[in-house]
Design a protein around this ligand. Structure first.
Ligand SMILES: Nc1nc2c(ncn2[C@@H]2O[C@H](COP(=O)(O)OP(=O)(O)OP(=O)(O)O)[C@@H](O)[C@H]2O)c(=O)[nH]1
Ligand SMILES: [Mg+2]
Length: 245
């Protein structure tokens, strides 16, 4: 299996070097693509320095901060273009433990089309997260799973592995979200297309270094998109029910 780890970065100078070393140690055979939005703190330059030292690491430098969603879009387009078999996505702030990557990969090898590192299945959880973040994430995910009827408890976890054929089939380039709503959009499309999405318990640890890029606008985007998809799905179901077959 040719594996590419795609990791978006913005202002992660305190994390990036350690992150790349940890990924290399965890999955020596995997390639890594850092998608950096010209972080003013020099994250991109540090990533290049690690790339020169560790090889199998590439850095995509984008012009300005364009959001997590579009970083995934660009990173996944490269991954699919270059013919990788499995694409892993994760954050570089150590909220996602690089030593868990092999466990995600083995579930893909065992047959899953996608595996989500999940905080909300037995054995999963969060550590050091302030109460308001915990509540937002927990209830946001409950709302999402309920309104979209998704059998996935953690639709907003960015720590994942995708089988390339499944990812290609849902056409990431045609997604629209700017922030983490993109993650829900991927799950929704995978489930609707009949792919198996499994959850693997993870402990999400709040970042020790650097600052959060989460904003009110990105939270609002997620709520609006999820609610819109839910309403659309409701009317589609209704039409199927009333239409003579
Ligand atoms: N390229 C790119 N990366 C981003 C952008 N926003 C966030 N990231 C990266 O995406 C990952 C997740 O962002 P975080 O700020 O950690 O967001 P979060 O994990 O939802 O929230 P925290 O609790 O603050 O950690 C990190 O690796 C960030 O550096 C962006 O606009 N562009
Ligand atoms: Mg984070």
């Amino acid at each position: 299996m040719r594996v590419l780890v795609v990791a978006p970065t913005y202002q992660e100078a305190e994390n990036i070097t350690r992150f790349l070393a940890a990924v290399r140690a965890s999955v020596p055979g995997a390639d890594v693509l850092i998608v950096d939005d010209s972080s003013p703190d020099g994250t991109g330059t540090l990533a290049e320095a690690s790339a020169a030292e560790l090889d199998q690491i590439k850095v995509l430098h984008r012009e300005g901060k364009a959001g997590l969603g579009s970083a995934y879009r660009d990173g996944f387009a490269i991954a699919l273009d270059e013919g990788y078999d499995v694409i892993v996505s994760m954050d570089v702030d150590f909220s996602h433990d690089p030593s868990v990557i092999p466990a995600l990969l083995s579930r893909i090898e065992a047959g899953a089309d996608a595996v989500v590192g999940s905080r909300y299945v037995a054995g999963g959880g969060t550590k050091h997260w302030p109460r308001h973040r915990r509540l937002l994430s927990r209830w946001g995910n409950r709302y999402t799973a309920f309104i979209l009827r998704l059998p996935v408890r953690d639709c907003t976890s960015g720590f994942r592995a995708y089988r390339a054929t499944a990812l290609a089939a849902i056409n990431p380039a045609s997604t629209t979200a700017e922030g983490y709503a993109m993650l829900t959009e991927f799950v929704r499309r995978l489930v609707r297309a009949g792919y198996t999405v499994e959850e693997h318990p993870i402990t999400f640890v709040d970042r020790e270094f650097g600052v959060s890029k989460m904003s009110g606008r990105i939270i609002a985007e997620s709520m609006v998109l999820v609610t819109g998809w839910g309403i659309r799905d409701f009317f589609v179901r209704l039409r199927h029910r009333v239409a003579p077959s």
